[in-house]
Write a protein that binds this ligand. Structure first.
Ligand code: ADP
Ligand code: MN
Length: 365
């Protein structure tokens, strides 16, 4: 049996430090507060929450540290056992949790093991959008309530139901050369889209902008690259996917968020401090192939609905998805029977839908 070691999640764009992945990068290990643990467990069992399951990362179980943990002797954390969740009967063991323990001073003894949503992407562009107008839960002491109300009012959260928590965008190496004054003279000699670097926009940006600037933020996350038909044109530092790839990707992401909104509207939850995690493929070739396959798949689904003969699953090997959108971070989510849906989160989802519409309108010729 594999005994993977852990490492820091390099592509973490928001939240508290300490999210880890297994060595192969496929699984994510997040130190868990009891509430988030309970939520993920309820998500597997409670029929009332079932509609949300497909819009959250797969939950594989919890990591429970064995034995007594002494923060001074993090060597004690060398052994841990994963308790499999639901139908997942695979057992994993994780050898080294020293890094995580150092970060968290062993405040958490339990960790969630989740699917790493960025794993199947070659160059994932990742955006964490914090949802909701209320950023404190009912257990918060009065001073925290006051602090978090101010935090919401001082940012886009209160008015729009979202804050851009943070994002990562892969830029082609040419764009780097152009954005760097000392390299600019030779930028025109760099033609390839082979090498690229993820560039992170930290939380200070999303906290600083006004509601009227959210569109600029979305444009930074969905930059348009130059069509290959114009190789002589100078790329800008914001070079992204070519327009003909980006447009269908944006449309599909928009559709998915609309479906998530509908599911969320049917639930009586209070999701405090949770996020929409939006990931899309930034590698030109891979994104182009993936979105074409995705659209073909949708067409086949439509045909099936019309009662046509079942078609064989496409035999082409799938290289990866064009995008994924999921709800994450349930550290302060509670079920509130009889209280109706979370209007602040729904407002946030509507804001995201409007921003995507505006971006689509801006880049569609
Ligand atoms: P926190 O409670 O510290 O805010 P989050 O659950 O929001 O933790 O996760 C923090 C960050 O880790 C996210 O912004 C995202 O970049 C990354 N992340 C969280 N869950 C996943 C996941 N399932 N797959 C990929 N990345 C994730
Ligand atoms: Mn978070």
């Amino acid at each position: 049996m594999d005994t993977p070691t852990t490492q820091r999640l390099a592509s973490q764009v928001g939240g508290h430090a300490g999210v880890m992945t297994t060595e192969d990068g496929s699984l994510l290990i997040k130190p868990a507060l009891p509430r988030e643990l309970h939520f993920y467990q309820a998500l597997q069992q409670d029929p009332a929450l079932e509609v949300l399951r497909e819009f959250t990362p797969k939950f594989l179980g919890t990591l429970k540290l064995e034995g007594k943990v002494d923060p001074a002797k993090t060597d004690n954390l060398a052994e841990a056992v994963l308790e499999p969740a639901g139908a997942e009967k695979d057992m994993y063991s994780v050898k080294s949790l020293r890094d995580r323990a150092a970060d968290h001073c062993v405040r958490y003894l339990q960790s969630l093991v989740l699917e790493n949503l960025s794993f199947s992407f070659l160059k994932p562009n990742i955006l964490d959008v914090k949802l909701g107008t209320v950023l404190y839960d009912e257990t918060a002491p009065p001073e925290k309530v006051a602090r978090m109300e101010k935090a919401a009012r001082d940012t886009t959260s209160f008015e729009k139901g979202i804050r851009l928590t943070g994002f990562q965008v892969s830029l082609p190496i040419r764009a780097y050369f152009i954005s760097n004054p000392s390299l600019r003279p030779i930028a025109s000699q760099v033609y390839d889209n082979i090498t690229s670097q993820p560039v992170n926009t930290p939380k200070a940006y999303g906290k600083s902008i006004k509601a009227s600037q959210l569109g600029e933020g979305i444009a930074k996350f969905f930059p348009v690259g130059l069509p290959e038909a114009e190789p002589s044109a100078e790329p800008t530092p914001s070079s992204g996917l070519p327009r003909e790839t980006l447009v269908p990707v944006l449309r599909a992401i928009r559709e998915e968020i609309e479906v998530i909104r509908e599911a969320f509207a049917s639930l009586e939850l209070r999701m405090v401090g949770g996020s929409l995690l939006i990931i899309y493929e930034a590698d030109w070739t891979r994104a182009d192939e993936a979105i074409k396959q995705y659209l073909e798949g949708e067409e086949e689904e439509d045909e099936d609905e019309e009662g046509d003969e079942e078609e064989e699953e496409s035999s082409k090997p799938k290289s990866g998805p064009p995008f994924t959108v999921k709800l994450i971070d349930f550290a302060h989510t509670s079920v509130v029977p009889g209280k109706g849906p979370d209007e602040g989160v729904l407002l946030g989802m509507d804001t995201v839908l409007n921003l995507l519409d505006a971006r689509l309108a801006a880049i569609t010729p």
